[in-house]
Write a protein that binds this ligand. Sequence first.
Ligand SMILES: [Zn+2]
Length: 337
Amino acid sequence: MDDAASESGEQGVAVADGDALDTVELPPPGTARRGRLRFSHPALADWAWPYVAVNGATDGPRLALLAGVHPAEYPAIEASIRVTRDLDPARLRGSLVSLPVVDLPAFLPRTPFVCPIDGKNPNRAFPGDPAGSFTDAMNDAIFRAVVAPADALVDLHGGDMVEDLIPFSIYSVSGDAALDARSAAIGHAFGLPYLVASTPRRGLGGTTVQAAAAVGIPGIIAEAGGRGLLTEPETQLLVDGVGNVLRHLRMLDGDVPPAAPVEVGRFTWLTSPAEGMWYPAVAVGDEVAEGQTIGRVGDLFGEPLAEIAAPHAGHVLFVTSSPAMRLDGLVLAIGAP
Ligand SMILES: [Zn+2]
C-alpha cells in the first residue's frame, strides 16, 4: 500500500493514493483514498479497478457505490466520478467506497450488457463465484471487497448503448419486510420519477441489489440516461440522487426533498416474436393501454412480420432504441402498480 499523500485543490481534502488487494481498507477519518483495487484470484490478475474510499470525520454507515456494471451507461459512471471527487470527508458521517467501473474489461471496447471475456452479463451473476468464469470471479471479488462490508448499496445504471429509458430506481423484494422497507426508503430518497419493486419471480436473478438483499444489505439500482450518450441532466439526476441517499442515511446534513415516485410492482419485459427491424410506436414515459400496439417488427424486404401489443396498461419505462432485433430480443418494458 502506497500512502504518499497529496493535497487536492479547492477543499484542501487530503487524498492519499494507494492500491488495495482483495479488501478496501478505509483511510484515516476525515480523509479520502484513491487507488487501484487488485485481486489475488489468478483470473483477475491482469486487471486493476479504480476505487475511491472516503472516510468521514465521524462515525456512521458505510455505503457501497457501484457504477459501470454496464460500462456503456455513461451518466452513471460520470455521476460516480463526480460524487466521490466532490464529497468532503470532513462533512461525512460514516464512509463511502466507490467503484466507477465494475465491468472494467467492457469499458474501453464499449461492449454493451456483457463482459467481453466470457460473454456474461455481470448483473445476472451476483454475488458471483470464485470457481466460475471471469465474470463470476470478478463479481465474487468485488462483492466481497465493496458490497459485503457495506450497510447499504447504490448501484448506478441507465439505458445501455441500445436502450432509451425514463429514470427509475429498482429495489429487490427479498421477503424480509423490514429490509425491503429500508430499500424502498432509499429508493424514495433517491428521488427518481418511478420506483420499481422487483420480485425475483417477476424480475431477473443475480442482480447487485438482489445479492445484497440476500445478505441483509438494503439497496437500489438507479437508472438514468441511455443510448451511449453522456448527457448532463441525467448525470445530474444521479449525482443529486446519491446526495439524497447520503442525507437520508444521515451521512450528510440536510433534508431530503420530498418525492412521490410512481410505484411499480408489475414490471413486464416484452420480447420480439420475430427477427428483423424493430419499429417502436411508443416512447419512454408514455402511458399505454392494455392491447395497444407498442411497436412492430418487419423483415429486411419491408414486409411486416409482427405487431406487438401491450399485455396490460402501464408506463413505458425503457425501449430498445436499436432497430436490429433478434428473435426473443428485448423490445421494451412496461411498469404498472
Ligand atoms: Zn445497466
